[in-house]
Design a protein around this ligand. Sequence first.
Ligand SMILES: [Zn+2]
Length: 257
Amino acid sequence: MKLGLEEAQSPYTSGSQSARAWTEQWVKTWVYCPNCGSPTINAFPNNSPVADFFCAGCKEEYELKSQKRIFGNKVLDGSFRTKCERLAASNNPNLFLLNYDLKQRSVTNLCIIPKHFFVREIIEERKPLSSTARRAGWIGSNILLDQVPQSGKIFIVRAGRPEPKDSVLAKWRSTLFLRDQGQEARGWLIEVMKCVENIGRPEFQLDDVYAFEDRLSRLYPGNQNVRPKIRQQLQFLRDRGYLDFVSRGYYRVRSSI
Ligand SMILES: [Zn+2]
């Protein structure tokens, strides 16, 4: 994988349009499919409403957002209503977040958020556009990156270096079990995965997760049995190979994660 952006034969004139053309070309040339490992992915025709790229092998779809600056806690996204409809229909594309260095003409970071991490909790409704705007009343959305657990941010390139492909594919596979779950079940699992990450070490005890009981109660005010719910999620995560039960009340996160 070379990280340099080719000086495109691009007919565009504005800086951001050129950058878009460069980064799209780079993805087409160098990025493999993190789902099946196919060496390249293909671009959809321009302005496709659904996604930017797809894998001819496994049909996985990808949307690309690229910018110079490192992505902050929020990423601007399209119409809030469309986004919520897509969540319910589960045909959201996976999201590539790409950073480039314009001076060096090279890619510095490429992170992918698998689509199964897109739950209602990470989509924020923006304020409607003002009455003077061309699309007055239109409501956009933000993706709340800080609400996505680390296991949902898989780097293909990090700080100017490609990550080993094997480890990218292993990380991708390690959370695919979320796809079999409905929206609400996924929301719970992702929240408990975040709690486990926040403990900050691979081995932990049940009490370490119970320490987040208040937070989870606030998130799910309708649930009166948060502790049993936590235990149920941990058991599920164990059954899907995300973590191991070491001994009674003791757990360990698998190393590929
Ligand atoms: Zn594929």
